[in-house]
Design a protein around this ligand. Structure first.
Ligand SMILES: Cc1cc2nc3c(=O)[nH]c(=O)nc-3n(C[C@H](O)[C@H](O)[C@H](O)COP(=O)(O)OP(=O)(O)OC[C@H]3O[C@@H](n4cnc5c(N)ncnc54)[C@H](O)[C@@H]3O)c2cc1C
Length: 170
């Protein structure tokens, strides 16, 4: 959402959000959607990208969707409408899909305390984890949040790391 709106503010002629379900299911705050529309963002709802096209005629090939029966999440499952493919021309495509913690770091770093969801447990003021000298911040600690929160937490952790290293040196 922020990438689409920022692109427009930076001078993009058009900025389009493509989403496979309807506005009702759109995973964004209501006021965010309203503000985006006011700002001039175009929404292509019930639409899913199926292929990105590079170089000549660059853009995203999309297909129209319709809502079917609810899935495990309780939301209606989007079903492609065959033969409805069309192309949206684009210079840049930003893919926005969900994410979650990867188990590599905890697997290779013994003694790192994790939450039930697999996020690293860290002091919110310093980023200090359960392992001395190991600091963490951002989504890996809080779960999916915002860029601003991750940046703030990163700055607090950097200051704490600096203090930690200076104390070690003394
Ligand atoms: C679909 C989606 C839409 C979002 N929309 C918005 C929005 O509109 N506005 C907003 O403010 N926020 C939005 N967010 C949330 C925002 O993207 C995150 O809160 C923010 O990026 C978190 O920053 P971070 O630095 O903690 O983690 P990340 O941005 O995830 O950065 C972690 C980095 O670490 C790297 N990494 C992972 N493991 C290793 C490893 N073992 N070695 C080296 N590098 C590694 C990853 O590749 C990644 O580059 C959205 C998130 C998603 C998933």
């Amino acid at each position: 959402m922020d990438s689409a709106r920022t692109a427009l503010r930076l001078g993009a002629r058009e900025s389009i959000i493509v989403y496979r379900r309807s506005e009702q299911e759109l995973p964004a705050r209501e006021e965010e959607v309203e503000h985006a529309k006011e700002e001039g963002i175009e929404f292509q709802l019930l639409t899913n990208p199926i292929r990105f096209i590079g170089k000549d005629g660059a853009g995203a090939e999309c297909i129209r969707m319709e809502l079917g029966e609810p899935d495990e999440s309780g939301r209606c499952r989007p079903v492609p409408i065959s033969g409805s493919e069309f192309t949206i021309k684009a210079d840049t495509v930003v893919i926005a899909i969900g994410n979650g913690p990867h188990s590599l770091v905890p697997r290779t770093t013994k003694g790192l305390k994790l939450s039930q969801r697999g996020n690293i447990v860290a002091d919110p003021k310093t980023g200090q984890t359960s392992k001395e000298g190991i600091f963490a911040s951002g989504d890996i600690v809080t779960g999916a949040a915002t860029v601003i929160e991750a940046m703030g937490a990163g700055k607090r952790a950097a200051a704490a790391i600096d203090r930690y290293l200076k104390e070690k040196k003394e």
